[in-house]
Each structure stands twice: as structure tokens, then as C-alpha cells.
Design a protein around this ligand. Structure first.
Ligand code: URA
Length: 437
């Protein structure tokens, strides 16, 4: 087979066979297909799209481009979770221990922040010593021992995705439904869990800016995942405003730990209970969603979920004294309260603007490999629907130095819109999408 034939066929709108897709993907990993050919093919896929059958084959070929974790006898209770990413999205830090405390096995591979979305690995690295580079063998040993792991993608799992994603990033081909679906699912399939719960974010702080697009992505992920023999459930959730109260790495660890003690923001708790419930149900540990959610609530309130989180931090080399005493987390030297400029209600709080302001502060990355400052961020005291009076605290900036203050204040205040009348508060949870429904 010749790479140029496969590229030509896709360029001209043809449908590729399973053999062609498999050969091409293997070639990308082995080097037989050159980077410039892979880039040309990605652009052809971007422009011509892929049928559902082609997307299934692409997903399988990418998943099988490396190892697939063999969870053995743990597989029947194993459920993975993935979020398409957003601003203040610390859900995994809470949901994974809640589900694990209820008996779900969670081998979770997470990513780093890029652009306005934060990354779970960056947040966890606020805890000194915490390792996110576990090997396949270490992942298996840890889930057998304590039932949960959150680590980085290992190089042996879905290596084709690492290769193709790096090319997509620099060739304007990220934003393509078959490429997004195969990228997300191939990594999840390689992670070995037979069931996958997806949190597809919709709104100004997400990849998909409106609910319709997010539902389309969720539907595609569920359909392709199901055809790849996985049980996949997706929940769309709102990302117009930041989730919870904190945005910033160490600040989000603090908020997650507080939630694991049963305290915290209502929107965060609602998404946590919904997704943890889905994971408990998918693992067969409850008969229906209400029972699964009741179990999730019990895990939060009894402290069992916190103990699981603590066990994971210890197992991965993190300093547990930080989790026990949150004042030991990295803390920004300057904390500045910003107050409301007028009386009224918070009508909107643009998560995209907040996410970009946080990148400028150093909490996120402009490009791969940038170093981040775990200390900086923002804590919101007023979000959409809250009434405010001039002079009341809107948010607190956590800054590395005084030079950051003026821009951060201007940007984040600019993310707010106020109204005289109470606005409609968008529901945090959107559609639940399952196979065939
Ligand atoms: N997340 C992924 O893992 N891959 C994509 O293509 C987009 C988001």
C-alpha cells in the first residue's frame, strides 16, 4: 500500500477501507508514513469528514496502535471517566474517589491543561511529590490494591494519538468530529475499562460552545464507543461560567478536598453526584440511577471518598500532610478582593474570558511544555443569579506579584455582566445520552 493512495482517496471524498486505515495508522507510528503525509491526510479527513464505519475503524486502529491494559478480573467493575474540558473543571478529583469508595475500579488517565482548559495532572502536581508518570504495571498494581489511579497517558497506550494530536495541533485540524472522537475514545479503550462515562461540556469555557454541538459530539462518542464494544454514557453539562468557585491549580485541589469533606458549591456537587452515580450504575453496583446517586452521596458524606483520595495521593508519592492540612498547599503571596462596581444581579460570567485570564496569570499553558504556577488563580464569591451590592466581594485574585494585579482585575471583571432583574440561571446538567436513546 502507498500512503499517497490513501491520502488521494480521502482527499477526493472516497471511503477508506478498514485495511487502509489500519495500515496508515500503523505507518504513522512505525515511521513508514512520514509526518508530512500524515498531516496531509489529517487535512483531507478534516475537509471530507469520515463515515461512521471509517470512524469506528480509525478509533480501533488508534487504540490498537499500542498496548491495551488488561484489567483481568477487575474489568467487570472498571469504569473510566472523561471530560472534554472546561474552566474550573475539577470533577475528576472528586468523582474518581467517590466512585472508587463505592467499589468501582477506576484506572483513569488524565491530561494536562492546554489553552483555557485546566488539566487534572497539573492540579494534582500542586501536591508535592505526586507522581503522574506511572507505568502500565504500576497502574495495574495500584488499582488492584486501592481501586483507583489518576495518572498521565503512558507512552505505550494509543501512541498513534500522541503522534496525530501533535500534528493536528500545528496544522489546524483539531476541530474535526471524527478526529476528536477517535482521539478521545482510542485512549479510553486502551485504558481497558469496558464502560466509559463522559462529561461533555457546552458553553463559553468549553471546546463546544453551544449545547447543540456538545450533544452532537456526545452522540458521536456514544455511538462510536458502542460500536467499539464499550458501554458509553454521556452527560452534557454547562460551561458558560466556571464550575464551582475556584479556578487555578492548587485552589482547585483545595476546593476538591473540601467537597470530599461534604462541603462546597451546589453546581459542582450536582455534576459530581450525577457522574459518580453514572459510574456506580455502569459498574453494576446499583440497580438504578437514584440508588447509585444515593451511594455517591453517602461516600461523600461519610468521609469514605476523602479516604480514597488520600490513599491515592499516598500511593503515588504525594505528601498527604498537604491533603490533611490545606494551608500547606502552594499559596500565592498576594490575595486581592475585587468588589462589585454596581448594584444588581450577576447576569453572566464568561468562563472563556476567565480561562484566558488565568493562562495570562501563569495558571495554564499557551503551548505544550510551558511551566505553570500552581499558586495563582481566582476564587469567585458571586456567580450567575447572585444579587450584588456595590462594594461587596465579587472574587478574590491569588497573584504571584503586584504587577499581575491590574490586568487580572480588568480581565476578570470584564467577564461579568450585571442586570437589574434576576437573570435565568442555566441548568448545570444537560441531556443524558446513551446507546440508542
Ligand atoms: N481531547 C482529546 O483527547 N482529543 C481531541 O482531539 C480533543 C480533545
Amino acid at each position: 500500500m502507498q500512503a499517497v493512495e490513501v491520502i488521494t482517496r480521502k482527499r477526493d471524498g472516497g471511503e477508506l477501507t478498514a485495511e487502509e486505515i489500519r495500515w496508515f495508522i500503523q505507518g504513522c507510528v512505525s515511521g513508514e508514513v512520514a509526518d508530512y503525509q500524515a498531516a496531509a491526510w489529517l487535512m483531507a479527513v478534516y475537509l471530507q469528514g469520515m463515515s461512521q464505519g471509517e470512524t469506528v475503524e480509525l478509533t480501533r486502529a488508534m487504540a490498537e496502535s499500542g498496548n491495551i491494559l488488561d484489567l483481568g478480573d477487575l474489568a467487570s467493575r472498571a469504569v473510566d471517566k472523561h471530560s472534554t474540558g472546561g474552566v474550573g473543571d475539577k470533577i475528576s478529583l472528586v468523582v474518581v474517589p467517590v466512585a472508587a469508595a463505592a467499589g468501582v475500579i477506576v484506572p483513569k488517565m488524565s491530561g494536562r491543561g492546554l489553552g483555557m482548559s485546566g488539566g487534572t495532572l497539573d492540579k494534582l502536581e500542586s501536591i508535592p511529590g505526586f507522581r503522574v508518570d506511572l507505568s502500565d504495571a504500576e497502574i495495574l498494581e495500584q488499582i488492584r490494591r486501592i481501586g483507583l489511579v489518576i495518572t498521565g497517558q503512558t507512552p505505550s497506550l494509543a501512541p498513534a494519538d500522541g503522534k496525530l494530536y501533535a500534528l493536528r495541533d500545528v496544522t489546524a485540524t483539531v476541530d474535526s468530529l471524527p478526529l476528536i472522537v477517535s482521539s478521545i475514545l482510542s485512549k479510553k479503550i486502551a485504558g481497558g475499562a469496558p464502560a466509559i462515562v463522559l462529561d461533555v461540556k457546552a458553553g463559553r469555557g468549553a471546546f463546544m460552545t453551544n449545547e447543540g454541538e456538545a450533544e452532537q459530539l456526545a452522540r458521536a462518542l456514544v455511538d462510536i464507543g458502542t460500536r467499539c464494544d464499550r458501554r458509553v454514557i454521556a452527560r452534557v453539562s454547562n460551561m458558560d461560567q466556571p464550575l464551582g468557585q475556584a479556578v487555578g491549580n492548587a485552589l482547585e485541589i483545595r476546593e476538591a478536598v473540601e467537597m470530599l469533606h461534604g462541603n462546597g458549591a451546589a453546581d459542582l456537587r450536582e455534576v459530581v453526584l450525577s457522574l459518580a452515580g453514572e459510574m456506580i450504575l455502569a459498574a453494576g453496583l446499583a440497580v438504578d440511577l437514584p440508588e447509585a446517586q444515593a451511594k455517591a452521596r453517602q461516600m461523600l458524606e461519610s468521609g469514605a471518598a476523602f479516604q480514597k483520595f488520600r490513599a491515592m495521593i499516598a500511593a503515588q508519592g504525594g505528601d498527604v500532610t498537604v491533603v490533611d492540612d490545606l494551608s500547606r498547599l502552594p499559596t500565592a503571596p498576594i490575595q486581592e478582593i475585587v468588589t462589585a462596581p454596581m448594584d444588581g444581579y450577576v447576569a453572566s460570567l464568561d468562563a472563556g474570558t476567565v480561562g484566558r485570564a488565568l493562562v495570562a496569570l501563569g495558571a495554564g499553558r499557551r503551548k505544550k511544555g510551558d511551566t505553570i504556577d500552581h499558586r495563582v488563580g481566582v476564587v469567585f464569591h458571586r456567580k450567575i443569579g447572585a444579587s450584588v451590592h456595590v462594594g461587596e466581594a465579587l472574587f478574590t485574585l491569588h497573584l504571584a506579584d503586584r504587577q499581575q494585579e491590574a490586568d487580572a482585575r480588568y480581565e476578570i471583571l470584564g467577564a461579568y455582566r450585571f442586570s437589574e432583574q434576576p437573570p435565568l440561571v442555566p441548568p448545570i446538567l444537560g441531556r443524558r445520552i446513551t446507546a440508542g436513546a
